[in-house]
Structure formats: structure tokens, C-alpha cells
Write a protein that binds this ligand. Sequence first.
Ligand code: AN7
Length: 380
Amino acid sequence: MPFRDRYTGLINRYRDHLPVNDDTPIISLGEGNTPLIRLKNIPRHLGKDVDIYVKYEGLNPTGSFKDRGMTMAVTKAVEEGSNAIICASTGNTSAAAAAYAARAGITAFVIIPEGKIAMGKLAQAMMYGAVIMQIRGNFDEGMELVKQVAAEAPVTIVNSVNPYRLQGQKTAAFEIVEELGRAPDYHCLPVGNAGNITAHWIGYCEYSAARGSDVTQSCTFCGGNCRYAGGPVVGNRPVMVGYQAEGSAPFMRGAAVKNPETVATAIRIGNPQSWEQALKVKEESGGWFDELSDDDILAAQKLLAEKEGIFCEPASAASIGGAMRDIRSGRIPEGSTVVCTLTGNGLKDPDTAIAQCRDARMVTIDAQLTSVKEAILTHM
Ligand code: AN7
């Protein structure tokens, strides 16, 4: 059995572009290498000539993009001799931190807003064995506590203020460029702390620098091993577009939001930790921020599931919902290639899904052939 080509996670895949060396003890669950799915029915539904791809990050080991950052953060924490990690979280970071800590044999402390994280994420943190502190407060308050305690206690912060997180997360951009053979024209993401949009921009910049337009023969980025080496080299970078939930949209308000609210609990964040970086991303890429109502977010989540068979969590749907609106209006012009990151799996938040499917096509019938036949005939 040739193990040479076995995929063993994003650090091994991109180790030349990450802060690791041969002695670094890599903590991995096989994260990364997620599907980039070309949408078939939504472009038709929009009546626009656009190529839309979704990067399905919900297929990472704990069901969200956080695994990309967490493999790096926990690897480095262990390398540096740390026995414990800590984070504040709207849910996904806590799930990833708990899983990678379990894998590493260290302790994860997670601070979550009581009653405000999706059930799947809570179940994960519990199963992986994290020490869970539910606070009577929101994510932003938890984040401040984490920063204070990490300054005084021997615990490593694994929120995205930890620079290794963004290093791991930048690899999503690498994968997209390798798969498309170029960067997309537009890259749309949901924005909470704005770490992920920043990480993607780092990735696109590094890739385009390594594959500058004067490079024609080999891909200096990968040392000539990627599948596009020797092919056409395009050093382009996308326009970066970030979407927030209306009730948690500090970038639209131009100031922190004191009591953020949204059904998309993953992005229920009022004081983004990567505020300055995100503004730079917007400027450098010629992009923009916008906001969606909870209704628009849920409608996009449902549409993606119904029309394409792809189930993402509400926060993730902000990217596709926002992109659809900007494609309709022409702000994203026809002829564009658009990538939307679906940051988390729909299974994370079954409560919200079921609550919005009151009109689900579900009937209760007797366990009899005639009843089944009747149901089929009625619903054909
Ligand atoms: C599904 O888990 O902040 O803009 O504590 O879970 O990089 O913060 C989650 C964020 C988008 C926003 N989509 O990303 C946490 C947390 C999903 C998320 C975001 C999050 P950033």
C-alpha cells in the first residue's frame, strides 16, 4: 500500500509555507483538502452568467474551517511545551480546540456564552472533554476574559489573536488557487472576528507573490510539485467581500456593537479581534463589507440546501446570500468567478434548521402500503 500520497493534513501538505520544521510534533486530524463545489442550479435561478463555487469547509474533521487554524495553533502550543489551551467561542472554535487538545493529550478550557451556541457545537466540546465555562455574557466579554487570564495563567490562547491560527487558515486560499488554476475574481465570506477573511488574504497574497507574472515555467510556490506547475501562471488576487449579520455588523456601523444579536450565533460578535487587518484586506483587495438580515441568511441557507444539496450552518449562508444579492444587483458583474466559503456544517445547528422547516414535506402515516402509495401520489 503506497502511503506516500496519503493525505495527512494541511501542515504536511503546505509545510514549506508554514512555521514548522522537521522536529515539530504535528497535531492533525486530516483537516483541509475540502471540496470546492461548482453550483449548478443557483446561477440558473439567478439568471446570471456567473461561475459560483462554494468551498465546503463544513467537511473538516470537526465540521468547520476552525480546524485549519487549530491544527497549527495546537501544534505550536505543544511544540512550545504548553499543557493547556484556552479560547472564547461562539461554538466552532471551542469544538475545534477541544478536539485538537484531545488529540494532543492536553487540556482545553473553553468560554462560551450561555445558551447562545448551537447544540452540535456544545455536544462536541462536551464529547472531546473540554472544560466548559458558560458565561452569563457574550462572546466579546469572553474574549476579554481570555486575554486577561492568559496573561496571568500558563494557558495558551487559541483564538485567532494567536498568529498561528491565521497561518493555518490561509491554506484554504492555496487550495482554491490550485484547484481553479487561478484565484477567483471575488471571494465572499461571513465575517465575525474577521480572522478568516484576513487569513484568506494572506494566502492569496503569498500565492500570487510566489507565482508572480514573470514566472512562466515552474511554480515557485510549490517547488514545481503542484498540479498546475508549468501551466499558465496567473498571479491574480480576488476582491474580498465580507458579510455580517445585521444585528452584529460592527463593520457597517463603524464601531463595536455592544449587544450583538443574530440567529447566526457563530457570528454573534460585536467587537472583531482582527478589525484593523480586515480594513486593510478591504482596501488592498478593492472589496467591501455588507450586512444581511436574519431572514435573508436563513433563506440563503434553505435555498442552498434545496437547490444544490449542500447544508451549511446559518452563519456560513451569509456568504452565499450576500453574493447572490451582489450578483443580482450587478455589483459582482456577469462573467465573474466567485468563491463563497461555507464555513461550517449545517448539522452543527439542527434546532435552527428544524425551526425554519415548519413547512417541511413530512407526513405521518399508518405503516401500510396503501398509505405510502397515497403519500407518493399526493406529493409527486
Ligand atoms: C461558521 O467559533 O468566532 O470572521 O468562536 O463559526 O474568522 O471570526 C466563529 C466564527 C464564520 C466567522 N462562520 O469567522 C468562534 C467563532 C462560522 C464561524 C465565522 C465563524 P471569523
